[in-house]
Write a protein that binds this ligand. Sequence first.
Ligand code: SF4
Length: 268
Amino acid sequence: MLGIYMDTKFNADQKADSDQLKGTDRPLQLTPDLAAELQGANEQLELASPEQIISWAVDRFFPRLTMATAFGPEGCVILSMLATIQPRTPIFNLDTGYQFQETLELRDRIAEKYGIEVELKKPEMTVEQYEQLHGGPLHQTNPDQCCFDRKIRVLQKAVVGMHAWMSGIRRDQSPDRAQAAIVGWDKRFNLVKISPLANMTKSKIWKRILREEIPYNPLHDKGYPSIGCLPCTRQVDVGEDERSGRWSGTGKIECGLHSIEFEQGGGI
Ligand code: SF4
């Protein structure tokens, strides 16, 4: 199976140029044929390696394939794989204005090591303008609205013209994420969603990072297993859930990018 995926990726550059010439930003429609194709791919790729899954995604969707990364360990692993599979894949970061400096510096370290320039996508308003409009930091009083304005709206614009996006979610991260498909339809954003690391464990991710010296956020060594925006991320004690430091004490557990309730898996 690997041979099929790896052979086809070498045609991706030619395909990209030809697709770009067509110049259409039409969103992908979930037709019955596409639904059947996604269901078949999801079943076929369930036991595939992350590299095989990414190669399939590149062959099928590049250059209309993208990924939003916050430079978590999983995103960094996918970037390291893309460096050999298709480094021209357009990748972006939702630069809310509230990110840790360490996260922004990691973007530069990834660019230096892999030659992949992750594009920073920013909200229309700066942090100063946004806080002035709302009479203070909205993340303290209405984090859902803040995430919607500074992440989801930016994402919606960033994926115009895209047909598929990859995510670094793992099924062992949360009961919600345990339902993630390898290939499915993300009805919130009208994109095919591919999760090449769904079957990887936290321990396998970190073994790979250390073995291959993949750059990672130094905050992970300081008690931050999951890193988002600075005001909404805290250190986690030993034994706490790895995502318990995100929006701690608010009841909020996701920013809305990867809510499984909006996704349909292989069984479309
Ligand atoms: S994580 Fe916090 S600061 Fe960042 S966009 Fe969401 S609410 Fe705002």
